[in-house]
Write a protein that binds this ligand. Structure first.
Ligand code: KMH
Ligand code: ZN
Length: 279
């Protein structure tokens, strides 16, 4: 089986320092998190940005500073969010793409998100894809619900997206598809040929779905964005969540991908060839 790509979703948009002291907020803290997570086995980092006070921000300069701090301390694939935070406009969510990250997320449909609605109409998705094409950013398709893959296929039929792609199944968001092995298998079966995929289980499901993905030949996303606990009542650090999945993969006989190997698996250019890396 090909090596396991572990993505760390280190920040998210919904958490605060009141909930966990381990939440990285500043670019420097993201750089430190990146170094620790790469050492633990991660090869990609999914980035949301906050102000120093912890508020969500879509400021492209803050994303660029976060990216630079991460690449100063690691070789991780830097993947920006375009989901942002509930309440941001579509233009705000897409704005960091101008900083030309290696990858960025594209959520493939509207979905209930707790008591909120995470809005991803076709016009919003088309707009984000247009900006991705403009800045040559590789998407990771975020699939929260059963119809989202069909939406992605519709975007492909419009010529806005070309399969195969890298796809992340986010399972267990309240209001979206539940985190179960049956649902994961259903989604994997519906993938167009040649796609790579990962799973991000929310909350308690994170570890169990990671184990299933390791065995199935998929990849894994962990991190505080999706789950703040290492065990019941025990808050986790991002690198501890990564290390546990890496150890589980080793136990199951599957090697963990370095960032260089992850770029090959995902069909990305080697880091030295990435335009924004001036170092
Ligand atoms: N914060 C959520 C509303 C993404 O990063 O692409 C959306 C989200 C998805 O986190
Ligand atoms: Zn996110």
């Amino acid at each position: 089986m090909e090596p396991l790509v572990i993505t760390v979703a280190a920040v998210g948009a919904e958490l605060s320092r009141d909930q966990t002291p381990h939440l990285p907020l500043t670019p420097a803290e993201l750089g430190e998190t990146a170094a620790l997570c790469q050492a633990a086995g991660a090869s990609m980092i999914h980035v949301h940005c906050r102000t120093d006070a912890g508020a969500n921000t879509a400021d492209p300069a803050r994303f660029a500073a976060a990216r630079d701090a991460i690449l100063e301390r690691s070789d991780l694939i830097v993947q920006f969010t375009t989901g942002g935070a509930i309440g941001m406009t579509a233009a705000e969510r897409a704005a960091p793409l101008a900083m030309r990250p290696e990858m960025a997320t594209l959520t493939c449909g509207t979905v209930n998100f707790g008591d909120d609605v995470f809005e991803n109409s076709f016009p919003i998705m088309r707009g984000i894809l247009a900006e991705m094409a403009r800045y040559e950013v590789r998407p990771e398709l975020e699939i929260f619900d059963a119809g989202h893959l069909a939406n992605a296929k519709r975007l492909a039929s419009e010529g806005l997206l070309a399969f195969p792609q890298h796809v992340d199944f986010v399972l267990g968001v309240p209001g979206a598809l539940e985190a179960s092995v049956r649902n994961l298998i259903f989604l994997v079966d519906a993938l167009p040929p040649g796609c790579t995929w990962s799973v991000a289980g929310i909350g308690r499901s994170q570890l169990a779905l990671a184990a299933v993905a390791i065995v199935m030949g998929g990849h894994v996303r962990v991190g505080l964005e999706d789950n703040i606990y290492f065990a019941k009542g025990q808050l986790a650090r991002n690198d501890e969540l990564v290390a546990r999945v890496a150890a589980l993969s080793a136990t199951l006989g599957r090697p963990v991908a370095s960032p260089t190997e992850a770029r090959t698996i995902l069909g990305l250019a080697p880091r030295a060839a990435v335009a924004h890396v001036g170092r």
